[in-house]
Design a binder for this molecule. Structure first.
Ligand code: GLA
Ligand code: ZN
Length: 687
């Protein structure tokens, strides 16, 4: 098992801290002093500074004021608090928008925005790029070697797109470079449809609701362009850092399962992945569904850089103020949900925000320090307690997990599925389907990588690719090899439909997966809400499953071409046609789930697959409801996180190894009781 280096060798510990905005408090000097005292009390060792400080750093064009930041960083250095120093491009000074309107974003309706809010600049504007380069260079010059600074926090939550003439030009260049000839462009975008043929490159324009939206290949390319342009801007921001010889790690904070960008395109540009997590805990009586989803996202962030520990860059110590309802975290949930990030591979727990802003739109967003200003609050105590626990977890730094199971959650596929008009235009439910396939693995404490279809599959034993609608070039062959070499592949209805341009595969679905799956999908039936079919398992099927599952929403009508049927439809004109199949190819096998099945299908099906393929669970036991187990390892020791997201007390039997408690070093009994929202950190020898 590999072990990674700490994010910073200046502080090889699990980092704990928050976004910090001292520039909001310059008229309150006592607040800044008090902050240091409180940071130490809260067991915080890292702060993200400068994220939205541009107007304070450069109050007038070309006039820079760094004194305030010098003071903050010097004070931090004296107090052993480290810093992720941000580039301020997430929001720009008013003078800039006023003098150079081209920095303002143009919406899809071709109207330029007014100055305001944040995250709304043009990524292409030469002026914006120049201004960013200047301020970033100044920051690097002044602070790259500052003892408190351990990394660069580039911008903030990149998102959105701009339709200005610069961006249109850049899109045209991008398209030209990709297709070279108009003939190839027109073929890829299938523009003869509705007479949309492009006869001159200048006719290429970004999609818009009051213009072109019906050319799916073009919509897809626009989204790809937006990602590429954002990555290009990101690289532009990093330019001065590297040019001036700073080797400090670079990150930019991602958002959950944000759809606007393909985060996989950032993975080689950043040094460490970070993300901002704001789950709606306690929205429902049972938190497990939410917890499993957050676990999936954590796994995806870890998978982005091949298992390298990531950062939980933001989370709230209590509630947000932008969700529909601002629910407080109940006692225990802060500790549990923070350690959930660590369990899945985060080497940090950080918050938005250290102290509540006194005014403006985030004044009531949760923070470590409330307007009340002192440490005797529930939230502060929760944060301090967690910090104390994190300070005992140095051994975890750089450790990771090497899952045997991977789940494909692919951004381009997601874009294409949702843009496409097909069997169900209300509720195609791609994300939900991904969740349904992850949840049973989470329930059983099976480590999972969440990857995209460009990744290397060869290290996994089981590869799950629900709704693999788009199959990009080479992926079908890669899956075939994976199966031939002994892998188990699982996919579902609505797979193998289109290529990378959203052009349908000719000659029969599921296109390049047809041979591997040994089936031909002739038609797919979209069911209205409330309509169902039955899927009855065959007697003596190889999975050992019995009875009938309920199918909803999508039922694929398939023919066997070498595969074996494990279940048949019960009703409608396709009764007795296969609904679940397995195909044996080389040393492996490939399952096709033809219909969208209700629970307990996924639990039953995946449990059997896990068992039959000998997939390791973190703890070799059936976990009770609401409890999950994750692990990290350095090759010698395994660090097991047993977490109860359920509402009830649960018992877990620990007879498969000798465990000690990581926090107090005491041996753990062979039966462990977990109260509501309790998490236990255990250590055992790796075998
Ligand atoms: C995002 C931003 C932060 C803050 C939080 C509030 O994650 O990055 O600046 O606005 O949301 O939850
Ligand atoms: Zn633009």
């Amino acid at each position: 098992m590999k072990k990674f280096l700490p994010i910073s060798d200046k502080i090889p510990k699990i980092l704990h801290g928050a976004d910090y905005n001292p520039e909001q408090w310059y008229r309150y000097p006592h607040v800044l002093e008090e902050d240091i005292r409180l940071m130490k009390l809260a067991n915080c060792n890292v702060m993200s500074v400068g994220i939205f400080s541009w107007a304070t750093l450069e109050p007038k064009e070309g006039v820079f004021t760094f004194k305030w930041l010098d003071d903050v960083l010097d004070t931090f250095a004296k107090n052993e608090i480290y810093v992720f120093l941000a580039t301020p491009s997430g929001a720009r000074p008013t003078w800039m928008s006023q003098k150079y309107p081209e920095v303002l974003r143009v919406s899809e309706n071709r109207v330029r925005n007014l100055h305001g809010a944040r995250h709304n600049h043009c990524f292409t504007s030469p002026v914006y790029r120049e201004k960013v380069e200047i301020i970033n260079t100044k920051l690097v010059e002044r602070y790259a070697d500052h003892p408190a600074v351990i990394g660069w926090h580039i911008s903030n939550e990149y998102s959105g797109n701009c339709h200005c003439h610069y961006c249109q030009e850049a899109f045209r260049d991008w398209v030209k470079q990709k297709y070279t000839t108009l003939e190839d462009l027109n073929h890829a975008w299938w523009t003869t449809f509705w007479s949309h043929t492009i006869t001159d490159w200048s006719q290429v324009e970004s999609p818009a609701r009051h213009g072109e939206m019906s050319v799916h290949g073009m919509n897809l390319d626009w989204k790809r362009f937006v990602t590429d342009q954002t990555v290009d801007f990101f690289k532009h921001e990093i330019g001065p850092i590297r040019k001036m010889g700073s080797n400090l790690p670079v990150t930019t904070n991602f958002m959950e399962a944000f759809e606007g960008l393909n985060y996989w395109k950032f993975k080689d540009v950043l040094d460490v992945v970070s993300w901002d997590s704001y789950p709606t805990w306690h929205e429902f009586d049972d938190n497990s569904e939410q917890a499993a989803w957050v676990g999936l996202i954590h796994d995806m962030k870890r998978s982005l850089k091949n298992g390298k520990p990531f950062m939980l860059m933001e989370s709230t110590p209590s509630s947000t103020n932008w969700q529909k309802v601002s629910k407080l975290k109940k006692p225990g949930m802060h500790f549990l949900s923070s350690l959930q990030a660590v369990a899945h591979g985060s080497d940090t727990v950080q918050y938005f925000q250290w102290r509540k802003s006194r005014g403006s739109s985030e004044k009531l967003h949760g923070a470590v320090v409330d307007h009340y200003g002192k440490e005797d609050t529930r939230v502060f105590r929760d944060v301090a307690n967690l910090g104390e626990a994190l300070s005992k977890l140095d051994a975890l730094v750089g450790t990771t997990v090497e899952p045997e199971v991977a789940l494909i959650f692919d951004t381009e596929n997601r874009w294409a599925i949702k843009d496409s008009q097909g069997p169900r235009n209300v509720g195609i439910h791609y994300e939900e389907t991904i969740r349904r396939h992850y949840r049973p693995l989470w329930d059983q404490g099976v480590p999972v990588d969440v990857i995209d279809m460009e990744c290397d599959f060869s290290k996994y034993k089981v590869l799950i690719a629900p709704m693999l609608y788009m199959v990009r070039p080479g992926v079908g062959e890669k899956i075939e090899r994976f199966v031939e070499n002994g892998g188990t592949f699982i996919t579902t209805y609505w797979s193998g439909i289109v290529d990378e341009n959203d052009l349908c595969f000719l000659g029969g679905f599921p296109g390049p997966l047809r041979k591997t799956l040994g089936i031909w999908s002739e038609e797919i039936d979209g069911l209205h809400d409330g309509q169902t079919n039955g899927v009855t398992m065959t007697k003596g099927n190889t999975l050992g499953l019995e009875g009938t599952y309920e199918a909803i929403e999508l039922c694929d009508l398939i023919h066997l071409e070498g595969a074996e049927a494990l279940a048949y439809y019960q009703e409608d004109f396709y009764a007795n046609q296969p609904a679940l199949t397995v195909n044996y190819l080389g040393k492996g096998k490939a399952y096709y789930i033809a219909s969208r099945n209700q629970e307990p299908f996924h639990t039953d099906f995946l449990s059997q697959v896990i068992k039959q393929e000998g997939i390791k669970r973190v703890i070799n036991t059936d976990l009770p409801e609401g409890v999950t187990a994750q692990m990290r390892s350095d090759g010698e020791n395994e660090y097991v996180f047993l977490s109860n997201f359920g509402e009830r007390e649960q018992k877990v039997s620990l007879t498969d190894a000798y465990y000690v408690d990581l926090l107090n070093a005491e041996p753990v009994a062979s039966e462990l009781t977990l109260t509501q929202y309790e998490v236990r950190l255990l250590k055992r020898k790796a075998n």
